[in-house]
Design a protein around this ligand. Structure first.
Ligand code: AMP
Ligand code: ZN
Ligand code: FE
Ligand code: FE
Length: 272
């Protein structure tokens, strides 16, 4: 059974439209796919129209803040239940914050690095959330640098141009997703300075143990925590359709199926 529980479309910073992504998933013989765009569910609505033959789990990757660090939280919904008034209103606010933030980053790029990009020229789909990869695309088009260089020098969290995408506190993000009825999973726990133990909460339901950037040691450490604390285990590639090397590729994150079964059962998916 092929499963990928983390990927992005043009509704955030992925390269492929939800329609193309669904085709790609079928070509890769994926059985269960969750679309998890940054701070928006807009792609899920479109993807649903093209999901024939796939079990599509509506999902989201919410950006939150914990002690100055950006922590990503995945929320998964049962099909048809991803729109909740409180969450939709919050997402609209986060999305407009991202628009303003893109302008702020562009101003800083000009001030600190003498880079001049025209954010207004960004062609993003309606309802999409703008992220740093969009800005990186503009810098690449104009100055010819590659993505790793651009993030290293100009857009990374450690640069002078960095502005957080959200000011949503980690705990508030967990609570928001819980109130919307989501199953809540900590995305790529190996990515953070904060140790995963410090991020465990009663309303966090599991960890994305299988992730392309996790070392075998990290994966076993996260799996052990899930086993000891009775948490759900998930697996995701974080495919963005581009810049392979930084993200994984759709359907290509290996995992042990038996470990994903409790999550899949909670989503109402039976294992073939
Ligand atoms: P944002 O949510 O706007 O802060 O953008 C975060 C996104 O930027 C991540 O989900 C990645 O897609 C991308 N990103 C972050 N760091 C890098 C990097 N070093 N190289 C390529 N993409 C990156
Ligand atoms: Zn991204
Ligand atoms: Fe992430
Ligand atoms: Fe992601």
């Amino acid at each position: 059974m092929k499963i990928d529980l983390h990927c992005h479309s043009t509704a955030s910073d992925g390269l492929y439209s939800p329609e193309i992504l669904m085709d790609l998933a079928r070509i890769r013989a994926i059985d269960v796919l969750a679309l998890t765009d940054h701070d928006t569910l807009a792609g899920v609505d479109e993807a649903q129209n093209y999901a024939q033959g796939l079990q599509l789990i509506p999902g989201i990757e919410l950006s939150t803040q914990y002690q100055g660090e950006s922590i990503h939280v995945l929320g998964y919904f049962s099909p048809g239940n991803h729109h909740q008034p409180e969450l939709d209103a919050a997402l609209e606010e986060f999305r407009s914050r991202r628009d303003a933030r893109a302008l702020e980053i562009a101003a800083r790029l000009r001030e600190f690095y003498d880079l001049d990009i025209d954010v207004a020229s960004l062609l993003v789909s309606p309802g999409a959330s703008v992220g740093r990869p969009h800005l990186a695309g503009l810098i690449r088009a104009k100055y010819g640098y590659d993505f790793p260089t651009i993030f290293q020098k100009y857009l990374g969290n450690h640069t002078k141009a960095y502005v957080p995408s959200s000011n949503l506190a980690y705990e508030d993000g967990l609570a928001l997703l819980n109130r919307a009825g989501a199953t809540v999973i900590l995305a790529h726990p190996g990515d953070y300075k904060t140790p995963v133990e410090e991020l465990l909460r009663s309303d966090l339901h599991g960890l994305e143990c299988y992730y392309p950037k996790h070392s075998p040691n990290e994966t076993s450490q996260f799996l052990k925590i899930c086993q000891d604390q009775n948490l759900l285990v998930t697996a995701g590639s974080d495919d963005h359709g581009q810049e392979k090397g930084y993200h994984g590729s759709l359907g290509e994150t290996p995992f042990l199926l038996s470990q994903l079964e409790p999550f899949l059962a909670k989503m109402g998916i039976t294992v073939k």
